[in-house]
Design a protein around this ligand. Structure first.
Ligand SMILES: NC(=O)c1ccc[n+]([C@@H]2O[C@H](COP(=O)([O-])OP(=O)(O)OC[C@H]3O[C@@H](n4cnc5c(N)ncnc54)[C@H](O)[C@@H]3O)[C@@H](O)[C@H]2O)c1
Length: 263
């Protein structure tokens, strides 16, 4: 057994949606560094192109793709285009999400739809199309982004949290449905990571430090600290792992943290 090759992805094609920013960008760079050809897709094509430039500058292989995860027909065309250009799709990673922080009683229908339509329905679009082509080929790894909010909440996170719990259940169902066809499906659940998504919190010192102190490390995570989880779930190193949730949360969900008793 050559364990050193367990994480290598040479010859594999990876589609990363949301590759223009934050965790998706780090995941795209990490997958390329392990040998995959990365299709860096984002609503913001320019941002996807910047990720591609960074990958190519590091000696990796990547191409940019404009994609709106909310448009199911476009996602289908994009996935079939990748298969016709490259002959395969081995890894699909879905990261885009949005949050409207409001108490449930104050939510409008429009706000509810906005969060559900990207986080849950958009994720579904990618997983279904990528899952279909992977099942036809008999192999592949689907990776979606959940959150600590799939387990623990705070006021104002209700709808976002529901989408993140829903994403976990989508992955479990996909694991059950596609496992016999050689396709694995897993979720990554980050804690608080320093990205443009969380920038508004970073700008508020009390909120920023409260979140930092909830981690046992006393700090926020960095996007590159989540990328390893994606490489693991994409690679042969996780060949017997499916239907699971990998928390990358600095101990957030493991430790109560409200009080340290005198010892
Ligand atoms: N950052 C955190 O602290 C944190 C914590 C827990 C979970 N997560 C989850 O991790 C994932 C990534 O978060 P992030 O912080 O990297 O986000 P981010 O906002 O930095 O990046 C999201 C990317 O998705 C793209 N995008 C938005 N709408 C799109 C669409 N319709 N189609 C295609 N692309 C679209 C954006 O242009 C952006 O490049 C999300 O699912 C988020 O819920 C993040």
């Amino acid at each position: 057994m050559n364990y050193q090759d367990f994480f290598r992805l040479d010859g594999q094609v990876a589609l990363v949606v949301g590759a223009g920013s934050g965790i998706g960008q780090a995941a795209a760079e990490a997958l390329a560094a392990h040998g995959a050809l990365v299709i860096a897709a984002d609503l913001k094509e320019e941002a996807a192109k910047e990720t591609v430039s960074a990958i190519v500058a590091d000696g990796g292989k990547a191409e940019a793709l404009a994609m709106d995860l909310q448009n199911g027909a476009l996602v289908k065309t994009a996935v079939s285009g990748i298969v016709s250009r490259h002959g395969r799709l081995d890894i699909a990673v879905s990261t885009p999400s949005v949050n409207v922080r409001k108490q449930i009683l104050d939510y409008t229908d429009e706000e509810f739809d906005k969060v559900i339509n990207l986080n849950l329905k958009g994720t579904f679009h990618l997983l279904a199309e990528a899952g279909r082509v992977m099942a036809e080929r008999g192999s592949g790894s689907l990776i979606a982004f959940s959150s600590i909010r799939s387990l623990v909440v705070e006021p104002g996170q209700g709808v976002y949290a529901a989408t993140k719990a829903g994403t976990v259940q989508l992955m479990r169902a996909l694991a059950a449905e596609l496992g016999p066809k050689g396709v694995r499906a897993n979720a990554v659940a980050p804690g608080v990571i320093d990205t443009p998504l969380t920038a508004p919190i970073k700008n508020q010192p009390g909120w920023y430090s409260a979140y930092a102190n909830k981690s046992v490390f006393g700090r926020w995570g960095k996007p590159e600290e989540v990328a390893g989880a994606v490489v693991y779930l994409a690679s042969k190193a996780s060949s017997y792992v499916t239907g699971t949730v990998l928390f990358v949360d600095g101990g957030w969900t493991a430790v109560d943290g409200r009080f340290t008793p005198p010892l």
